[in-house]
Design a binder for this molecule. Sequence first.
Ligand code: IMP
Ligand code: MG
Length: 179
Amino acid sequence: METVTYQGLEFEPYLTREQIAAQVQRVAGEIVRDYPDGNPLFLCVLNGAFVFAADLFRACELAHAEITFIRFKSYEGTSSTGRVREIMGLTEDIEGRDVIIIEDIVDTGVTAYQLRQMLLERNPRSVKMATLLYKPGSLKLGTPPEYVGFEIPSKFIIGYGLDLDGQARNLSDIYVVKS
Ligand code: IMP
Ligand code: MG
């Protein structure tokens, strides 16, 4: 794998598609173990989580699983604005449901915290979060995600759904900004 350049920033290979696939399978195994006969509602946080959600949802071989989508935006360029905007709301009734939020990455935790608060107001039975990537060193708010693919240092990454201002989501591997 070679370095890639977006907006004048150079990125180097960080996690291969094989490493990602292995962690998706492990996380799916944990979810299936925790919801053996349930019908959890997966809630994919767009845009970034769509690639991970597609793989994770299919890897969770639960007979009655469902998925829906919500859209948030907080990043501009390579840093969080600290404000989260809901762009596309939740249409499903989640009262009494087991909800599993699917995130691409938990960075400051602001998005995760706000989303959990919003969901809890609607009386679900439970709310947990599955994220492919977690930057524990950046967490400012809320609780750590329950299901984590990889814990990573606080560096900006792209690929496998993660973007730099809308680009690089279609890379099959994950790249980290060169320091
Ligand atoms: P948080 O609210 O700071 O936890 O950030 C949540 C959102 O910021 C994630 O869902 C991503 O969309 C975006 N984000 C955070 N870190 C990165 C990164 O390293 N690369 C690309 N997007 C990121
Ligand atoms: Mg996101």
